[in-house]
Design a protein around this ligand. Sequence first.
Ligand code: G6P
Length: 356
Amino acid sequence: EETGKSGYDHYMQKEIYEQPTSLRQCLRGRVDELEGEIVLEELADLAVEGPVQFVACGTSYHAALYGSALLQERGIPAQAFLASEYASERIPVGEDHLVVGVTQSGETADTMRALREASAAGAETLAVTNVVASSAARECDHALYIRAGPEIGVAATKTFASQQVALTALACVIGGGDSREVVRGLRSVPDKVQTVLDESTAREVAAEFVDADAYFFIGRHYQYPVALEGALKMKEITYKHAEGFAAGELKHGPLALVTERTPVFALVTGDGEIARKTIGNVKEVEARGAPVVAVTDGQSDVEQYADHVLRVPTSTPVAAATVANVQLQLVAYWVANMLGRSIDKPRNLAKSVTVE
Ligand code: G6P
């Protein structure tokens, strides 16, 4: 078992550091640099004529939220559902729908049931999965493999990153008309993730806040699912209270939880309207005395209001979500490590849940 960790202390750590490689693998043969477009040969006969629904659980649900935002931005009606909340008798679904199951294992019972219901209602189904010939891959009309390689740590890391990249590729193919810039941005993700891994100060930030009462994560648009994922990772492996919020929702309730003992991780990339609005929320948090950790590419002036900065390279907005998430993976890992938790096998959790 030790040798499988290639010198790392935990599988989770190894899998975090493997991401540049697993992401390159995900993109291999799928980026046509000359034409500046994405090609997914396995989906050549996929024709999307109506709305797209995503069904998924846990970390994969966060990837699904991200996927639906990508499609919406391309003018395609899309929605993400928690698979356990999806029921074809309550949710309109029919022959004009594409239902995408996002599932690393391809075996999660809730996701499989949702896909089967959608299929019975006449929808076309697509599995976005890591496991070749898994139930999802076999039963769906189409399969898109994320090619992350086996993931041993119960907390999903490299598979989430590969889901993000595969879903971006899918959105480019379904939406069409993406600029060379978007494609180039996607192509650059593995190198940018490598830069984060080489330069991250997440360990120092973790040491600073290992005794915190709770951890909050805020983001907007593509960084909203990343805020949710950052909190889930923290909960899963540290057993401490963590929550992710849409940054704009902070003032509608969660702000009551904020104290000087609850660090707030703010995802602020780019320098546009979204960054500006999130910085407004950062100021609200700062005024209540909470420590702010900005995950930023330095394009905006968020650092002025932050106590700590986790720097990420400048990327396109889509790529920035994958790159920023790596910083949060590292913070959760180091907090759990300092607390001596069972990182690869957290209490009460299973890698693949095959009961509803
Ligand atoms: C379990 C795992 C989570 C995972 C979820 C969905 O609860 O502990 O890490 O996100 O299942 O798994 P899937 O294989 O469908 O992506």
